[in-house]
Design a protein around this ligand. Structure first.
Ligand code: SF4
Ligand code: SF4
Length: 206
């Protein structure tokens, strides 16, 4: 099983977004070895459905997300999470969606500047002298903010996290998207501290 977020598949190239070579290799290698991929979280934890949280700065529809996932080489199936019958009905609309409604080609023609300042978790900013997996810290914070209940636990399991940032700024020179990483690390530190305090208080009150 493989969590696929369309945003992870792209990187800036000559002013546009193009498919990441690493991801192309991954898909090809799976196909070559007859490994089938089952895609988890085809909406990127909900981020891709909302222009405010999507790295593409525009919303994708459920049908576009599913079609994108199913079109990747070696992908055999796709498992969107559903919280209710209404969510399930939204997923099933994929089967009646027209080709046009599933069409997602806008991704390839997005100008590079559209995602400036937005982390796509590629980790090009490495190495971090404190050993922080910067992409994962940013990813778990973004996912937690859109309501992914598991993201906080994943963050807590990181061997190094935003608390370890010494604000040296080395990473920012390497980020192709000009993300203000020091500021993001401060934000993650405060965000997860508040979350953890809230959960502790909730546990205490139960
Ligand atoms: S901060 Fe920049 S380089 Fe680092 S993971 Fe995010 S987008 Fe990639
Ligand atoms: S600013 Fe923080 S996250 Fe970036 S390289 Fe330095 S310690 Fe690592």
């Amino acid at each position: 099983m493989f969590s696929l977020n369309a945003a992870y598949d792209f990187e800036p190239s000559r002013g546009k977004l193009s498919l990441s070579h690493e991801r192309i290799e991954l898909y090809r290698e799976c196909e070559k070895r007859n490994i089938g991929i089952t895609v988890m979280k085809p909406y990127g934890g909900g981020q891709l459905l909302n222009a405010k949280t999507s790295p593409f700065r525009r919303n994708m529809t459920i049908s576009q997300c599913i079609q994108y996932a199913l079109d990747r080489p070696a992908v055999l199936s796709c498992l969107p999470g559903v919280r209710s019958r209404a969510d399930l009905e939204d997923v099933l609309k994929y089967y009646s969606a027209s080709g046009e409604e599933r069409y997602y080609s806008f991704i390839g023609s997005l100008p590079h500047r559209d995602i400036q300042g937005t982390c796509i978790y590629c980790n090009h900013c490495q190495p971090c002298p404190s050993g922080i997996d910067i992409g994962s810290v940013n990813k778990y914070m973004d996912l937690a903010k859109v309501g992914d209940e598991l993201a906080k636990n994943h963050y807590m399991k990181l061997s190094k996290n935003a608390n370890d940032c010494i604000e040296c700024g080395a990473c920012e020179k390497n980020c192709p998207f000009h993300v203000e990483i020091r500021s993001r690390m401060r934000e993650a530190k405060n965000y997860f501290e508040v979350k953890i305090t809230q959960n502790t208080e909730d546990d205490f009150n139960e």
